[in-house]
Design a protein around this ligand. Sequence first.
Ligand code: FMN
Length: 194
Amino acid sequence: MGVRSRAERTTAPQAKPRLKNLPLSEVYKLIEPGPVALLATARNGRPNVMTMSWHMMVEFEPPLIACVVSDRNFSFDALRATKECVIGIPSVDLAVKAVWIGNSSGRDADKFEAVGLTQMAASCVGAPLIGECFANLECKVVDSGFVKKYNLFILEVVKAWINPTRKNPKTIHHHGFGKFVVDGEAITLKSRKP
Ligand SMILES: Cc1cc2nc3c(=O)[nH]c(=O)nc-3n(C[C@H](O)[C@H](O)[C@H](O)COP(=O)(O)O)c2cc1C
């Protein structure tokens, strides 16, 4: 296959690692892909933002994203009713704000105001872009078939924005209960185009 390094090919096989049981309740920490994102909604002229990391790509183009938004969140009703949102991707400089946003509710506070995030008009949806995020994705809910069972929305990205002045932004990735890793060294390997 040619994927083992010379050192790996010439050394004796390693002893089998001793494996430990991982509680099923902790599986999500491995699979939760990140990056941590901010999900902005606006309902009846009231913008709100929540932190989100249970999301995944479903299709390349048009880009489809599956995301779980708990029905206990204020954002849930807004997303279900308006069928629109913006996914903003923060870099590590916004980590403290992202955690605060993810631990407080739009029911009780204007979170944009509270953390000092800038709302910008989107072009295709009513929810605001988040000025401090290095990327913003305007999304429409295109499939609600799994909302009742899993609180899972399928979003289509209808417009995507990137801030060209932000060189090499470092995203943050959630490892559960306040632990995060920051995007590291970039490497390029030969890969087939999709
Ligand atoms: C790092 C992080 C990731 C989170 N990911 C999600 C998620 O994917 N889905 C979700 O429903 N809530 C998630 N939350 C929790 C919501 O952000 C939180 O419940 C928030 O208070 C909801 O705000 P709202 O009531 O204004 O909608 C996350 C929180 C943090 C801190």
